[in-house]
Design a protein around this ligand. Sequence first.
Ligand SMILES: Cc1cc2nc3c(=O)[nH]c(=O)nc-3n(C[C@H](O)[C@H](O)[C@H](O)COP(=O)(O)O)c2cc1C
Length: 159
Amino acid sequence: MKALVVYDSVFGNTERVAQAMGEALASQGEVAVVKVTDARPEHLSGVDLLLVGSPTRAFRPTPALMGWIKALPAGALSGVRVAGFDTRISTEDANSAILRFFVRLFGWAAPDIDKGLVRKGGVQAAPPEGFYVAASEGPLKPGELERSTAWAQRIGAAR
Ligand SMILES: Cc1cc2nc3c(=O)[nH]c(=O)nc-3n(C[C@H](O)[C@H](O)[C@H](O)COP(=O)(O)O)c2cc1C
């Protein structure tokens, strides 16, 4: 298996999750973990599993991450197993009722990532998943890094 993890990150939390996923997949084959701003077309060459993650910012992925997906040529992910993930703040921790209301209404980044990847021909390997930060700039909530490791391991193993 050749896996690629592409991520964006502002405060480093999504980066930590992406790196943990990369370490989890390393036992199952070749893996590269690349920040979206460094991702080049050749990174996708021969890849059969692509995990893509972003912080949820205003209910969406970052513009850089979504721009990268949209710029992929049509069919670029044909036959590639794909899964989207994000980091997000849990609605119990969001300290405003208005924010909680909008989060429930507009959702998170991972479903948009998932849709974008499938639109480019990717085959959904797992439903979109979110990992929780304790406050806006992090850190990740206890156990989330372990949960992201298990998530990636499970996807890598299911072929
Ligand atoms: C400007 C801004 C907007 C945000 N919008 C959301 C949001 O809509 N939903 C959410 O769950 N978290 C939101 N957050 C919290 C981010 O998801 C959190 O900063 C992110 O998970 C941290 O990841 P990073 O360290 O990789 O940047 C927002 C944070 C900032 C600073």
